[in-house]
Ligand binder design. Sequence first.
Ligand code: HEC
Length: 105
Amino acid sequence: MKKLSIIASTLILVACGSAKIISISQADVDRAATKYPGITSEQLVEGQKLYAANCAKCHTLFAPGKFGEKRWKHEIEEMSGKDYANIDSKTQESITKYILTFAKQ
Ligand code: HEC
């Protein structure tokens, strides 16, 4: 019985909070390039993969559109640190570029 309710609450969490896999279009790349000149779709895909690999260990993957740029910058900065994801600055930068491309306007 206990096990069942754990499964049920996990399902609810996943259904409500998690990010869908965003398929990256040319329009997204163009939008990203206004902020990050020369960025490629491969780099955005890489950021998306790194985000999923590093940021879903403790909580659901938040949809990039959930927060605006200012809030995301703050959260990513904190979450990249050694108390959380503990990632290097290159990985952090790649994740930031992906998330901010899809952040709430
Ligand atoms: C080691 C566990 C852990 C990892 C890994 C982790 N987080 Fe978190 N995250 C937390 C905890 C715990 C909180 C809530 C407490 C806090 O804000 O300090 C949180 C809160 C957040 C919030 C705030 C959500 C809200 O509704 O206020 C965001 C956004 C977030 N994390 C994004 C990320 C991102 C992006 C990464 C990857 C770079 C990441 N997290 C990796 C543990 C983690």
